[in-house]
Design a binder for this molecule. Structure first.
Ligand SMILES: [Zn+2]
Ligand SMILES: [Zn+2]
Ligand SMILES: [Zn+2]
Ligand SMILES: [Zn+2]
Length: 317
């Protein structure tokens, strides 16, 4: 079984969709141009400016202190305490703490535990200035104002807990700066013809000359009656090396018939090795094996030809 049953126009959009899907798996947002251009689609991604990891653009609750180990980390209820802050005198009252210094004279207060079902209810008394309040006191324990708000603070450093809209996807990175990067993609689809060869039409004039532009040659082949998807991902420079050097003159004025590079091409996507390495990487992550994670991340960057789009290029930021 070969591809004769497929119309070539239909096949072109299958190739584009397959390539778009591979990019979506790698967290790219993919868009089609509104009008027919030389570009088949546009891929965009938010990345960390410091380490180029994918940027997670979601809201997290985190510590506001840049020096705290809880900064930029996604926190849960155990990581913060609910306190009350007075909007008039700024005093922060932690009603859950059984140790209080007097808000007026700063000396340690004596405590009297009042048992109430399921709730902490302490009475504090200052022997020095006779100040008195309980953990249930609703007004400010320092100035008496009723103008108080809920004020969550970090258990580690007592700084305010705030929502942060986004963070670097790399847990070891504390960068707060991100950038939007854009790639333009041209897909050349090809499939096995009756003769068994694979080829696609190409016109030099169609090639967009920008380092952020990538060509992907997609082909659908059969081995032992099993369908196989093949991707060759190339920058414009790599494409010129693979294809243009030997036949530059014929490419300029006419539609040339080109054939995909061999499987040994560095730009060929080795899906099996890629998926195996990804699996090993998630096992290493589960085991928290730091050096193994670093090694596999490096290896994955070499294996994944789609990873070329992730590198910082001229014009990015
Ligand atoms: Zn980062
Ligand atoms: Zn006092
Ligand atoms: Zn106050
Ligand atoms: Zn903190």
């Amino acid at each position: 079984m070969k591809n004769q049953d497929l119309k070539s126009g239909l096949f072109g959009s299958i190739g584009e969709n397959m390539v778009a899907f591979e990019l979506a798996k790698r967290n790219w947002y993919v868009y089609r141009p509104y009008f027919d251009t030389r570009i088949d689609f546009i891929a965009q991604k938010f990345v960390c400016k410091k380490c180029l990891s994918d940027w997670e653009s979601k809201h997290i609750i985190s510590c506001s202190n840049p020096k705290c180990e809880n900064h930029s980390k996604e926190l849960n209820q155990n990581d913060f305490i609910k306190t009350r802050k007075c909007l008039d005198c700024s005093f922060i009252f932690n009603k859950y703490s059984d140790s209080q210094n007097c808000p007026d004279c700063s000396k340690q207060m004596s405590i009297d535990k009042q048992k109430k079902s399921g709730q902490r209810n302490y009475r504090f008394h200052c022997k020095h200035c006779d100040k008195e309040f309980t953990s249930q006191t609703r007004t400010c324990v320092k100035c008496g104002s009723a103008n108080n708000i809920e004020f969550p603070i970090c258990v580690k450093c007592n700084f305010e807990i705030i929502p942060i809209s986004s963070k670097c996807g790399n847990p070891d990175c504390n960068s707060v700066e991100y950038a939007l990067i854009v790639r333009t993609i041209q897909v050349k689809s090809s499939h096995e013809e009756e003769s068994g060869t694979i080829g696609f039409n190409f016109k030099m004039q169609d090639l967009v000359n920008d380092v952020r532009h990538f060509l992907v040659v997609y082909s659908r082949t059969f081995k032992d009656f099993q369908e196989k998807q093949n991707f060759w991902v190339m920058s414009v420079k790599e494409f010129e090396k693979e294809y243009v050097s030997q036949s530059a003159s014929t490419l300029i004025y006419q539609n040339a018939r080109l054939h995909p590079p061999s499987n040994k091409s560095k730009s060929f996507f080795d899906e099996i090795r890629y998926n195996q390495t990804k699996e090993e990487l998630s096992a290493a992550r589960r085991a928290c094996a730091t050096s193994e994670i670093t090694r596999l991340n490096k290896l994955l960057a070499e294996i994944d030809v789609f990873g070329k789009l992730n590198k910082k290029l001229r014009g990015d930021f």
